[in-house]
Design a protein around this ligand. Structure first.
Ligand code: NAD
Length: 298
């Protein structure tokens, strides 16, 4: 089976690597050509533009930053939707607005193309280890057809509902993630400011009722977990700017559905302020620095 893959950044790169490892043939394109080199060394074919990616492939995967990139790639003049063979299964793994996902899917359905929104959870670690969770929106037949492809990159493959439902579930998840990451950073800093060792405190919290994913797998305090972005000057991982985007999507959804999300609104403001202080390209666990009087941590 031949797969075209567009967007080989922090997530797309390792996902494509796992597809190659599983034996899929791969054609790749990114606006940053340097990102394609390691994949070419592993056997992928690099092409010069997105139009070339969609020629003669059975499946197309996109992993782009935000709604505007996805809308522009698929729908603007020379948009890919008009070029894709209807037999191609199209999977967008980017995290984007549910309405944007629905718009692209609508255009795909008009051309009899099967399209899925399939944002992921599990971070760059999950992408590298092939243990991502795929949160899928689209038809049941499309969901079933994509199983071998998802299985090569992930562990949990979940069907949220029709087009856009995958994005909606993902946005709820990331709002909760931002809230427990900020809460975790706040609690650790309180302990440290009162003389506790961050590692000892984290060990206690993770075995107590404050336990959560950030504490267990992504501790925001430097030196507590060797492999976390916090122990690598907050490099790699999930950028603050992308978290701000996702929190903005959660607030748009809240407005449209008249939902009360006071903690989500607070989290958006907190991460947005952190981004505007020059931290947008750091991993989102760098919110830890926000709580520190001494900003020399990074
Ligand atoms: P990234 O910025 O590292 O990668 C995005 C890539 O898309 C870049 O390499 C960029 O050059 C490329 N790109 C943009 N427009 C393009 C176009 N028109 N044609 C070809 N390439 C194009 O971002 P990432 O961290 O890999 O995140 C990608 C998506 O996954 C985002 O929607 C993000 O919210 C989501 N996500 C990220 C993580 C994480 O931990 N990083 C976790 C879950 C979900």
């Amino acid at each position: 089976m031949k797969i075209g893959f567009i967007g080989l950044g922090l997530m797309g790169g390792p996902m494509a690597h796992n597809l190659l490892k599983a034996g899929f043939e791969l054609k790749v394109f990114d606006l940053v050509p340097a990102l394609l080199k390691p994949l070419v060394q592993e056997g992928a074919m690099a092409v010069d533009n997105a139009q070339l990616v969609v020629e003669n492939v059975d499946c197309l995967i996109t992993m782009l930053p935000a709604s505007e990139h996805v809308l522009s790639l698929y729908l603007k003049d020379e948009g890919l939707i008009e070029k894709i063979d209807p037999k191609t299964l199209v999977i967008d793994c980017s995290t984007i607005a549910p309405d944007a996902a629905k718009n692209v899917a609508e255009a795909a359905v008009k051309r009899s193309i099967t399209m899925l929104d399939a944002p992921v959870s599990g971070g760059t670690k999950g992408a590298k280890e092939g243990t991502l969770t795929f949160i899928v929106g689209g038809s049941t037949s499309g969901f079933e057809a994509a199983q071998p492809i998802f299985s090569a990159m992930g562990k949990n493959i979940l069907h949220a509902g029709d087009h856009g439902a995958g994005q909606m579930a993902k946005i709820c998840n990331n709002m909760l993630l931002a809230i427990h990451m900020a809460g975790t950073a706040e609690a650790i800093q309180l302990g440290v400011n009162n003389g506790l060792d961050p590692k000892v405190l984290s060990d206690i919290l993770v075995q107590s009722s404050g336990r959560n994913w950030s504490l267990e797998l992504y501790n925001p305090y430097p030196g507590v977990m060797d492999m976390s972005p916090a122990s690598n000057h907050y490099q790699g991982g999930f950028k603050v700017n992308l978290m701000v985007k996702d929190l903005g999507l959660s607030q748009q959804a809240a407005l449209l559905s008249h939902s009360s999300t006071p903690l989500g609104a607070l989290a958006r403001n907190l991460f947005n302020l952190h981004a505007t202080q020059g931290n947008g390209q750091l991993d989102f666990s760098s919110i830890q620095c926000f709580y520190q009087a001494d900003k020399d941590l990074v």
